[in-house]
Design a protein around this ligand. Structure first.
Ligand code: DX5
Ligand code: ZN
Length: 216
Protein backbone atom coordinates (compact mmCIF):
# COMPACT_ATOMS: atom_id res chain seq x y z
CA UNK A 1 0.00 0.00 0.00
CA UNK A 2 1.27 3.48 -0.83
CA UNK A 3 2.01 5.58 2.27
CA UNK A 4 0.46 8.93 3.06
CA UNK A 5 3.04 11.71 3.35
CA UNK A 6 2.92 14.31 6.13
CA UNK A 7 5.65 16.95 5.68
CA UNK A 8 6.74 18.44 9.00
CA UNK A 9 6.61 22.23 9.12
CA UNK A 10 9.44 22.20 11.69
CA UNK A 11 11.94 22.04 8.83
CA UNK A 12 10.27 24.82 6.79
CA UNK A 13 11.64 28.34 6.38
CA UNK A 14 10.12 30.17 9.36
CA UNK A 15 10.97 33.52 7.75
CA UNK A 16 8.61 32.68 4.89
CA UNK A 17 6.07 30.08 5.98
CA UNK A 18 3.58 31.23 3.35
CA UNK A 19 5.89 30.06 0.54
CA UNK A 20 6.40 26.63 2.10
CA UNK A 21 2.68 26.20 2.77
CA UNK A 22 1.91 27.12 -0.84
CA UNK A 23 4.41 24.43 -1.89
CA UNK A 24 2.73 21.85 0.37
CA UNK A 25 -0.68 22.84 -1.04
CA UNK A 26 0.56 22.28 -4.61
CA UNK A 27 2.32 19.02 -3.72
CA UNK A 28 0.97 15.49 -3.39
CA UNK A 29 1.39 15.66 0.40
CA UNK A 30 -1.58 14.20 2.25
CA UNK A 31 -1.33 15.97 5.62
CA UNK A 32 0.65 18.79 7.20
CA UNK A 33 2.46 17.72 10.39
CA UNK A 34 2.82 20.38 13.11
CA UNK A 35 5.33 19.81 15.92
CA UNK A 36 4.46 21.63 19.14
CA UNK A 37 7.20 21.60 21.81
CA UNK A 38 7.13 23.13 25.28
CA UNK A 39 10.76 22.94 26.43
CA UNK A 40 9.66 20.68 29.31
CA UNK A 41 8.51 17.41 27.77
CA UNK A 42 11.27 17.79 25.15
CA UNK A 43 14.48 19.84 25.33
CA UNK A 44 13.38 22.36 22.71
CA UNK A 45 10.64 24.93 22.02
CA UNK A 46 9.10 25.17 18.56
CA UNK A 47 5.94 27.18 17.90
CA UNK A 48 2.48 27.44 19.39
CA UNK A 49 -1.02 28.75 18.85
CA UNK A 50 -0.22 32.13 17.25
CA UNK A 51 1.59 30.31 14.44
CA UNK A 52 -1.04 27.58 14.05
CA UNK A 53 -3.75 30.25 13.92
CA UNK A 54 -1.86 32.06 11.15
CA UNK A 55 -1.27 29.01 9.00
CA UNK A 56 -4.50 27.04 9.50
CA UNK A 57 -6.49 29.21 7.04
CA UNK A 58 -3.70 29.00 4.45
CA UNK A 59 -3.31 25.24 4.23
CA UNK A 60 -5.52 22.89 2.23
CA UNK A 61 -4.11 19.73 3.84
CA UNK A 62 -5.51 18.20 7.03
CA UNK A 63 -3.50 19.27 10.08
CA UNK A 64 -1.72 16.48 11.95
CA UNK A 65 -0.69 18.00 15.29
CA UNK A 66 2.06 16.34 17.33
CA UNK A 67 1.96 17.63 20.90
CA UNK A 68 5.36 17.23 22.57
CA UNK A 69 4.09 18.91 25.72
CA UNK A 70 3.05 18.00 29.25
CA UNK A 71 -0.68 18.05 30.02
CA UNK A 72 -1.77 18.09 26.36
CA UNK A 73 -5.42 17.70 27.45
CA UNK A 74 -5.46 21.41 28.35
CA UNK A 75 -5.40 22.40 24.67
CA UNK A 76 -8.00 20.10 23.06
CA UNK A 77 -10.70 22.73 22.65
CA UNK A 78 -8.31 25.30 21.14
CA UNK A 79 -7.19 22.72 18.58
CA UNK A 80 -10.84 21.95 17.85
CA UNK A 81 -11.50 25.66 17.19
CA UNK A 82 -8.70 25.66 14.61
CA UNK A 83 -10.21 22.75 12.68
CA UNK A 84 -7.34 20.36 13.42
CA UNK A 85 -7.79 16.87 11.94
CA UNK A 86 -5.54 14.66 14.11
CA UNK A 87 -4.25 15.25 17.63
CA UNK A 88 -1.29 13.13 18.72
CA UNK A 89 -0.53 13.02 22.44
CA UNK A 90 2.46 11.25 23.95
CA UNK A 91 1.83 8.10 25.99
CA UNK A 92 4.58 9.36 28.33
CA UNK A 93 2.81 12.72 28.89
CA UNK A 94 -0.69 11.45 29.73
CA UNK A 95 -1.63 10.29 33.20
CA UNK A 96 -5.19 9.52 32.03
CA UNK A 97 -4.65 8.60 28.42
CA UNK A 98 -8.01 6.87 27.94
CA UNK A 99 -9.86 9.98 29.09
CA UNK A 100 -7.74 12.25 26.91
CA UNK A 101 -8.41 10.15 23.78
CA UNK A 102 -12.15 10.21 24.45
CA UNK A 103 -12.05 14.02 24.90
CA UNK A 104 -10.23 14.49 21.59
CA UNK A 105 -12.78 12.30 19.80
CA UNK A 106 -15.71 14.00 21.52
CA UNK A 107 -14.33 17.26 20.13
CA UNK A 108 -14.68 15.81 16.64
CA UNK A 109 -10.99 15.16 15.98
CA UNK A 110 -8.99 11.99 15.41
CA UNK A 111 -6.97 10.79 18.39
CA UNK A 112 -3.42 9.49 18.09
CA UNK A 113 -1.04 8.05 20.69
CA UNK A 114 2.67 8.76 20.28
CA UNK A 115 5.42 6.51 21.65
CA UNK A 116 8.98 7.64 22.34
CA UNK A 117 11.68 5.31 21.02
CA UNK A 118 12.12 3.61 24.43
CA UNK A 119 8.41 3.00 25.07
CA UNK A 120 7.42 -0.56 24.12
CA UNK A 121 4.46 -1.28 21.89
CA UNK A 122 3.17 -3.87 24.39
CA UNK A 123 1.97 -0.98 26.62
CA UNK A 124 -0.75 -0.30 24.04
CA UNK A 125 -2.53 -3.66 24.58
CA UNK A 126 -5.40 -2.14 26.56
CA UNK A 127 -5.79 1.13 24.65
CA UNK A 128 -5.10 0.27 21.00
CA UNK A 129 -8.77 -0.07 20.06
CA UNK A 130 -9.44 3.48 21.30
CA UNK A 131 -6.82 5.11 19.08
CA UNK A 132 -7.23 6.30 15.50
CA UNK A 133 -3.48 6.30 15.02
CA UNK A 134 -0.22 5.31 16.70
CA UNK A 135 2.69 7.64 16.01
CA UNK A 136 5.99 5.84 16.52
CA UNK A 137 8.95 8.13 17.09
CA UNK A 138 11.95 6.90 15.13
CA UNK A 139 14.17 9.58 16.73
CA UNK A 140 14.10 11.13 20.19
CA UNK A 141 11.58 13.95 19.89
CA UNK A 142 12.69 17.56 20.00
CA UNK A 143 14.64 18.20 16.82
CA UNK A 144 14.43 17.71 13.08
CA UNK A 145 17.25 16.29 11.01
CA UNK A 146 18.23 13.38 13.29
CA UNK A 147 19.17 9.86 12.23
CA UNK A 148 16.54 7.14 12.04
CA UNK A 149 16.75 4.64 14.95
CA UNK A 150 16.91 1.20 13.24
CA UNK A 151 14.96 -0.75 15.93
CA UNK A 152 11.86 1.18 14.82
CA UNK A 153 11.35 -1.17 11.88
CA UNK A 154 10.86 -4.15 14.19
CA UNK A 155 8.66 -2.07 16.45
CA UNK A 156 6.34 -1.22 13.53
CA UNK A 157 6.00 -4.92 12.70
CA UNK A 158 5.09 -5.71 16.32
CA UNK A 159 2.53 -2.90 16.36
CA UNK A 160 1.02 -4.08 13.08
CA UNK A 161 0.69 -7.59 14.52
CA UNK A 162 -1.12 -6.19 17.60
CA UNK A 163 -3.49 -4.09 15.48
CA UNK A 164 -4.48 -7.12 13.39
CA UNK A 165 -4.80 -9.44 16.41
CA UNK A 166 -7.02 -6.95 18.26
CA UNK A 167 -9.09 -6.12 15.19
CA UNK A 168 -8.13 -2.49 15.73
CA UNK A 169 -8.30 0.18 13.05
CA UNK A 170 -5.42 2.40 14.18
CA UNK A 171 -3.11 3.65 11.43
CA UNK A 172 0.65 3.63 11.96
CA UNK A 173 2.60 6.87 11.48
CA UNK A 174 6.40 7.05 11.74
CA UNK A 175 8.28 10.25 12.60
CA UNK A 176 11.99 11.02 12.49
CA UNK A 177 14.80 10.46 10.00
CA UNK A 178 12.47 9.34 7.21
CA UNK A 179 13.98 9.80 3.76
CA UNK A 180 14.13 7.94 0.44
CA UNK A 181 16.43 5.29 2.03
CA UNK A 182 14.55 4.64 5.29
CA UNK A 183 11.00 5.04 3.92
CA UNK A 184 10.94 1.65 2.11
CA UNK A 185 11.99 -0.10 5.36
CA UNK A 186 9.17 1.36 7.43
CA UNK A 187 6.55 0.99 4.72
CA UNK A 188 7.61 -2.65 4.29
CA UNK A 189 7.14 -3.19 8.03
CA UNK A 190 3.60 -1.75 7.97
CA UNK A 191 3.76 2.06 8.25
CA UNK A 192 0.76 3.91 6.75
CA UNK A 193 1.89 7.54 7.12
CA UNK A 194 5.40 9.02 6.91
CA UNK A 195 6.36 12.29 8.58
CA UNK A 196 9.14 13.92 6.56
CA UNK A 197 10.91 17.06 7.69
CA UNK A 198 14.49 17.48 6.59
CA UNK A 199 14.22 15.07 3.68
CA UNK A 200 11.52 17.26 2.10
CA UNK A 201 12.52 20.81 3.04
CA UNK A 202 16.30 20.55 2.55
CA UNK A 203 16.19 19.49 -1.10
CA UNK A 204 16.02 21.62 -4.25
CA UNK A 205 12.73 20.16 -5.41
CA UNK A 206 10.53 19.29 -2.41
CA UNK A 207 7.43 18.62 -4.53
CA UNK A 208 9.26 15.98 -6.52
CA UNK A 209 10.64 14.39 -3.34
CA UNK A 210 7.13 14.20 -1.87
CA UNK A 211 5.91 12.53 -5.06
CA UNK A 212 8.80 10.04 -4.95
CA UNK A 213 8.18 9.20 -1.29
CA UNK A 214 4.56 8.43 -2.14
CA UNK A 215 5.54 6.08 -4.93
CA UNK A 216 7.79 3.88 -2.79
C1 DX5 B 1 10.88 15.63 15.99
C2 DX5 B 1 9.59 15.90 15.30
C3 DX5 B 1 9.56 15.53 13.87
C4 DX5 B 1 10.59 16.23 13.03
C5 DX5 B 1 11.01 15.25 11.98
O1 DX5 B 1 10.73 15.84 17.33
O2 DX5 B 1 8.53 15.18 15.92
O3 DX5 B 1 8.27 15.64 13.30
O4 DX5 B 1 10.14 17.41 12.41
O5 DX5 B 1 12.07 15.78 11.27
P1 DX5 B 1 12.98 14.88 10.34
O6 DX5 B 1 12.11 14.27 9.28
O7 DX5 B 1 13.97 15.86 9.79
O8 DX5 B 1 13.63 13.83 11.20
ZN1 ZN C 1 6.54 15.16 14.84
Amino acid sequence: MKPLIAPSLLSANFANLQADIDMINRSKADWLHLDIMDGVFVPNISFGFPVIEAIAPLTRKPLDVHLMITQPEKFISRLQDLGVYMVNVHYEACLHLHRTLQEIKKAGMKAGITLNPHTPVVLLEDIITDADMILLMSVNPGFGGQRFIPQTTEKIARLKEMILRKNATALIEVDGGINLETAPLVVGAGADILVCGNSVFSVDNPEETIARLKEL
